[in-house]
Design a protein around this ligand. Sequence first.
Ligand SMILES: [Zn+2]
Length: 464
Amino acid sequence: MEAGLFLPKAGRRVNDNATSVKHFNGQGAYWSSTFGSNAEGFTDCVTVLGFNASNVIVYGYTEKWKESFGIGDTQCGNMIRPVIYNPSDEISSPKTAPTANSLRPWKKGEMDIHLINSARGECNFVIMPDGTSLVIDAGEIGENEELVSRKPSNDSSDPMFARVYKVYTTYMKYFLQNTRHNYIDYALATHYHTDHIGAPKTNYKMSRDGSYIVCGLSAIYEDIPIKTLVDRKGPGVGFNDFAHYSEDDIHEDTYNNYTTFAQKMVTRDGMVWQAVSEVNRDSQFAPKYGTPEASLKLIGYDYKYWNGSSFTTGSTDNRENGSSISMLLSYGDFNCYFGADCGAQCGYNIMRNICSGVGKVEVLKAPHHFAESAFSDTQAAILQPKVTVVSCFGNNTPNDACVTAADAFGDVFATNNGSGVSLKDAGGHLCVRVQGDGTFMVYKLKDTDYSYEVLASYGPYTCH
Ligand SMILES: [Zn+2]
């Protein structure tokens, strides 16, 4: 869709019914005057893809505000006025600026686990020891009053300010240098929440063909193409298949925007798009470039868990967090538990069941941002993580009880410390770098610019 000035007159009320707009014919983005400005300084708007033969407006997306602000959904019938597409949220790509203190890029034989800190969603990035790359989630959410300060900057006039996905892709390109790959081998969407796959906000640009809004994981693809995309359900599933889920647990526009992106890249670029596979649980994310080998194994999804020999259904609780894909990343004796948002807060002891099939790990990627009740002594006693790394961005996370449970067995690090609890360290991108002998280091990297300077380093740690 091109930027432009569109036809409805300022302030004209359109209230015939919920879906029709008369007298106008134009395509573009229209302000919705109902909801004013958000904290980012962008007034939200509805995207109009066009009009059908009856002059009924066709919306690409309607902004859901109910979750964040409790004031209802934007929909037609609101007053609208024309706007010129504002590219201010599409600030040109940041430039990396490494210094003598920067963490050097990955090199062969090491395994890197990065928690990239935008403070507006979770994005984990792994480079396996052979150079195979993997993105686990790429969330991109808007502003609300319950979040810590955005990184690298909250201020849109600051040269460091960028779209959330640019924070991720700039970081990834820097650490990918020695792989000589300008693509990502695998992307895993653990579940369909906006802080993991992106919220399609209407002030973001559209895809080139105008079929989806570029955000989160789909935005990563704009900068670094993805070879294989894996999620819970894969292709061939519609939003109605989630009708049994609780209202608002998955947003229809979020899901549809994501799946439209995935299908388009399958058609356009030959991207592989798959549902997570029990049958190929050991091999779905196989290293592509030979030795040394690491592995990423499926250990839980959809309230099922690996019991050591097969998958068992724990329950059908039908909550999206508990349905998250859980994985075990291994390199020699080193193991890292990635439980996405499936934590102790989820019903039917599902996380405890998943943990029980795994046992002790060296590193825990904290479940559910260490929000309240996400982790307990029970889970900690099974996993006994020597290091826990938390991706969190709420002003009340990480939760003190979760940290205490993990701290009983090792050091706890967080990307942000909105709650002000006692931690080993917090406030930066986090990198766990694993060597072939199983020893590993934890680095806290500067997140207020694009230098990736090491602010602090911890270790070496050894395996259990
Ligand atoms: Zn989450």
